[in-house]
Design a protein around this ligand. Structure first.
Ligand code: GLA
Length: 380
């Protein structure tokens, strides 16, 4: 009896230590795909009450709860409650997109003397293009997930995926990992790493739709946006870059100073007409490959702020022009026109066909490394 109670005390004791200290998040069941593959969810929390949930299907971020200026939490990303809804219909809510994020003209590119054909799964202005990796891009596959406890005590999750040679028409076995960490400085850090056994274009990005008022709480037009970019890449009616890097000065694309998203979105401008609003790649002033500030957002009614830092040379700012109220989100509210915005850090669209753009070709023996940070905050 005596030894039994001693054992209990020791067990309770070690349990208490573990419960108090930070732990790696564990996988929890979160439904199944149509072929019966199990999907898991990981919940990352930090010491300031921020909570980020991400699942193995599409490495999709399901929710991010952050405090407003009064400490009131709200979920600031659009999404659904079940895997089934994501499988049925989603405009890439929360997902990692790839192998090539954004568009490739005619779904074709040449590499090493060979022409590759991709599915043309998107159409704008009556012209078809390949968008976001194809019919079954990285947003629609089940990744392997592993909870992490980082050295600084913060929680993370590492998603890995092997994209096979020929998958969606792309060459080479691409071995990819995407690691999400949530620091106690309120930073969601995303680290991409990839290697390949044949040269291939790679452009992976995160496609979360933000609404700093809280998802489902109306449009994002009063959010003030700053983009650290003095040029952008104008597009054709197909939303493919013309190849020019055009100064934003004097155009509705100038966000070098914080400006309301809705301030000029209806301006009589051909580029805005092509995009149905903002749906363009900005050329970040920082082209050096080191982590630097790319964007800042402020929502005046809640005081929430979002800062984006990246090692990437570009950012696709998309203001939810294709949202039209047909999708109902996780709290039962319809996602209407421009109810969310995306800041997709990336290389420029159609780079495999544009010799003057920074290269997106990953070669065997080289490692792709890319980092993006979304920093959450609030101000009075
Ligand atoms: C990206 C594209 C948009 C649109 C969305 C998803 O942001 O640039 O044109 O396809 O993804 O709806």
């Amino acid at each position: 009896m005596k030894s039994y109670s001693l054992f209990c005390v020791a067990a309770l004791c070690s349990g208490a230590i573990a419960a108090d200290g930070p732990k790696a998040p564990t996988a929890e069941a979160f439904g199944k795909t149509t072929d019966g593959t199990a999907v898991e969810v990981f919940t990352l929390t930090n010491t300031n009450g921020i909570k980020l949930r991400a699942m193995t299907y599409g490495a999709i971020v399901l929710s991010i709860e952050t405090p407003d200026r009064d400490g009131k939490l709200a979920d600031i990303v659009l999404g659904f409650n079940t895997v089934d809804e994501y499988i049925k219909d989603t405009p890439y809510f929360g997902a990692v997109v790839g192998r090539y994020g954004n568009r490739i003209a005619d779904g074709k590119f040449s590499l090493g003397g060979k022409t590759y054909s991709l599915a043309t799964n998107n159409e704008n202005g009556g012209i078809k293009t390949a968008l976001h990796g194809g019919l079954k891009g990285f947003d629609k596959v089940v990744w392997k997930g592993e909870g992490l406890l980082n050295k600084d005590g913060s929680q993370g999750v590492k998603f890995t995926y092997l994209s096979k040679d020929g998958e969606e028409g792309y060459p080479g076995n691409l071995s990819l990992s995407v690691t999400y960490s949530l620091s106690n400085k309120n930073e969601w850090k995303i680290q991409y790493a990839a290697t390949t056994d044949k040269a291939t274009p790679v452009n992976v990005t995160q496609h979360s739709y933000f609404n700093l008022k809280g998802e489902g709480n109306g449009d994002i037009l009063s959010h003030e946006l700053m983009l650290a970019a003095s040029k952008y890449t104008p597009v054709t009616a197909a939303l493919i870059p013309t190849g020019k890097l055009t100064p934003v000065a004097g155009t509705p694309f100038d966000f070098t100073k914080p400006t309301a998203i809705g301030g000029r979105v209806k301006a009589d401008d051909e580029q805005l007409k092509f995009g149905g609003g903002y749906d363009h790649n900005w050329v970040l002033d920082n082209q050096g490959g080191e982590l630097a500030l790319a964007a800042k957002v402020y929502e005046p009614t809640t005081g929430r702020t979002l800062e984006v830092l990246t090692t990437e040379p570009g950012i696709q700012f998309y203001c939810g022009n294709f949202l039209d109220g047909t999708l109902t989100g996780k709290s039962g509210k319809k996602y209407e026109f421009r109810n969310g915005f995306c800041l997709e850090t990336q290389h420029y669209p159609d780079s495999p066909n544009q010799a003057n753009f920074p290269s997106t070709i990953l070669k065997p023996g080289k490692a792709l490394k890319s980092t993006t940070v979304f920093r959450f905050g609030s101000k009075k």
